[in-house]
Write a protein that binds this ligand. Structure first.
Ligand SMILES: Nc1ncnc2c1ncn2[C@@H]1O[C@H](COP(=O)(O)OP(=O)(O)OP(=O)(O)O)[C@@H](O)[C@H]1O
Length: 577
């Protein structure tokens, strides 16, 4: 990606580098002019017009530097920002395109770090890194040339003897400074991650009354960050004085050896003053030698991490010869065996089922038996393992994911609302939507009355992740959002667990009556809801152990009948209490 970028952007870099060299050269002219002015003033009859020319030349050079500085920043720093802008867009698109197994493996905090820390490191490599490199190579050689042509090679060589140590110091300190800066960054991320998590989970933290424990953990993390900062300050504190000390040695040698030359008249006073300015000016490019290596190393390491994500192949691949479907008329699963990517354990074992258009299908079973996994595979969130899944008789692998996901509307177990209005949450992702339709689906999900009682009705902002709504209200808004999609198949994955059983039954039966032609797959732990289902599949430890209608399953006296009986007893007990 960097290669492609540089191929496109090299004229900008070239223009920036030329501007940078112009600035470097122009700034070396100023001591030259001062030198000439001092020598002129040092004569018995100073040439005033020459002094005036020299003074205006300094203004002219400063103006030239002003313009060139603007342009090198614009060309080089601007290009590095452009790269990060493009790379962030590219990375974002890539991450969104990856399947669920990627998100199972990668923590959101780590992914965020690619957008922030890693991008910043690459930006530094492609912006300030290039500037440092040019300064190190060109500025140091041009300054050397100016020094030598001002006072001769001998004095230049003697005065510069201590200066290579600046490279050594900046390179070795630079290495430690970068590792310690990383520790500062890491401890900061650790601390801010903890703050985020504890504020996110504040209700649980308060419920468990463990505030002092949290305060202690936070204080440790804040202290780690403070210590890392102090250790970095110490390094800076030693590095810069060392560099200044070494450059003072150069001034010392310049005076010890150059002073007598001025007295003898082999070097003019003006040239000697200019030479001392050049000593000050060569310190920075020599320091830059040390920095540039570290900056490039860090930039490359960050770029490698970003590339790893960019090159992650999706496990759910898109078909090379896609088959379009207009609607979903049937879903057939044959001998499906599935383990989550990068794991061994079989979560679904030899599962076969058939779902026809317009059916109400129930999926029930023991906890962790694979119900959610099954519907996630139907929604193409995970690749089919061993076995087959056909939609309208076509292997799901030949149907593009976006077609499957527009025709199947999946309501997951965990609710997630965005911090916008209720209305925008229901019409999620739609630019133009019909408000009446929003209300109609909210009413079908039995949440319309609740919403109308909110302070601003449908315009009420739900707070972060919908905190201002009750669990049941959130679940019903999520169902309304799924209904807005107008799909062929609706999958409700235990998404009414927070409403009371009567409301759950009411919602399902009113959905059923209004959307008779739609296929509905319902995962629930409340078996009464499925009394009118066309077929119910019962899962246990990844296997379908029973199937049939509610009545058929009850008469079989198996797992379903046992679960149902247990629920009836619990309900009776609740009623008598
Ligand atoms: N992303 C994942 N990676 C690895 N294993 C997973 C993942 N998600 C679920 N599992 C495992 O797969 C098994 C089936 O999980 P699944 O969520 O499908 O069960 P379920 O029947 O829907 O459970 P519940 O009734 O509790 O909702 C469980 O043992 C679970 O630990």
């Amino acid at each position: 990606m960097i290669k492609d970028f540089l191929k496109r952007r090299w004229p900008f870099y070239l223009a920036g580098i030329i501007m940078l060299i112009i600035v470097d050269t122009l700034q070396l002219l100023i001591p030259r002019f001062i030198s000439k002015a001092v020598d002129t003033l040092n004569t018995s009859t100073p040439d005033i017009s020459l002094i005036a020319i020299l003074s205006w030349s300094i203004v002219g050079v400063a103006l030239g530097m002003f313009l060139s500085r603007f342009f090198w920043r614009f060309f080089i720093i601007g290009s590095s920002r452009k790269f990060v802008y493009e790379a962030r867009n590219y990375l974002y698109k890539k991450i969104l395109s990856l399947d669920m197994s990627f998100f199972d493996k990668n923590r959101s905090g780590d992914l965020m770090a690619h957008f922030t820390n890693d991008m910043n490191n690459v930006e530094r490599m492609l912006g300030p890194g290039i500037v440092l490199m040019v300064d190190a190579l060109f500025m140091s050689s041009i300054t050397l040339f100016f020094m030598a042509t001002t006072v001769g090679w001998r004095l230049t060589f003697i005065a510069l003897i201590p200066l290579p140590f600046i490279i050594v110091i900046s390179a070795s300190f630079g290495k430690f400074i970068f590792t310690r800066s990383k520790t500062v960054q890491d401890t900061f991320s650790d601390m801010s991650g903890f703050i985020e998590e504890s504020i996110d989970g504040i209700r649980i933290v308060k419920t468990f009354s463990i505030l002092p424990k949290f305060e202690k953990i936070f204080s440790t993390k804040a202290n780690n960050n403070f210590k890392a900062n102090i250790s970095l300050i110490k390094l800076w504190g030693v590095m810069w004085p060392s560099i200044h000390f070494i450059s003072s040695l150069a001034y010392f040698l310049a005076i010890v050896y150059g002073g007598p030359m001025v007295i003898k008249g082999t070097v003019s006073l003006g040239a000697f003053i200019a030479f001392n300015s050049y000593i000050g000016m060569i310190v920075w490019p020599l320091t830059a030698y040390g920095w540039v290596i570290n900056m490039i190393q860090r930039g490359r390491a960050s770029y490698a991490r970003i590339r790893k994500i960019l090159e992650t192949p999706p496990l759910v691949t898109e078909p090379e010869e896609p088959v379009e479907i207009k609607s979903i008329d049937s879903i057939k699963i044959e001998n499906l065996n599935f383990s989550y990517p990068f794991t061994e354990r079989l979560v679904l074992k030899d599962v076969s089922m058939e779902i026809k258009s317009g059916q109400l299908v129930g999926i029930v079973g023991t906890v962790g038996s694979g119900k959610s996994t099954l519907v996630k595979i139907i929604s193409k969130f995970y690749p089919v393992g061993k076995g087959h899944l056909f939609i309208n008789g076509i292997d799901i692998n030949y149907i593009p994911s976006d077609i499957v996901r527009t025709k199947i509307s999946y309501v997951p177990q965990e609710t997630f609302l965005f911090s916008t209005s209720v209305e925008e949450n229901i019409a999620f992702g739609m630019e133009d939507y019909n408000e009446e339709l929003v209300e109609a689906y909210a009413s079908l999900s039995a949440v319309d009355k609740d919403i109308k009682q909110f302070p601003e009705g449908y315009k009420t902002v739900v707070g972060e992740r919908g905190v201002s709504l009750s669990g049941g209200q959130k679940q019903r808004v999520t169902i309304a959002r799924a209904l807005m999609r107008n799909a062929d198949v609706y999958i409700f994955d235990d998404c009414l667990s927070a409403v009371d059983p009567e409301t759950e039954e009411k919602i399902i039966s009113s959905l059923r009556n209004t959307m008779k032609d739609k296929t509905m797959i319902i995962i629930t732990h409340r078996l009464k809801v499925l009394r009118n289902a066309n077929i119910i599949y019962v899962l246990d430890e990844g296997k379908i152990v029973e199937k049939g209608s509610h009545e058929e399953l009850l008469s079989k006296g198996g797992l379903y009948a046992q679960m149902y009986r247990k629920q009836m007893i619990e309900e009776e007990l609740e009623e008598t209490n």
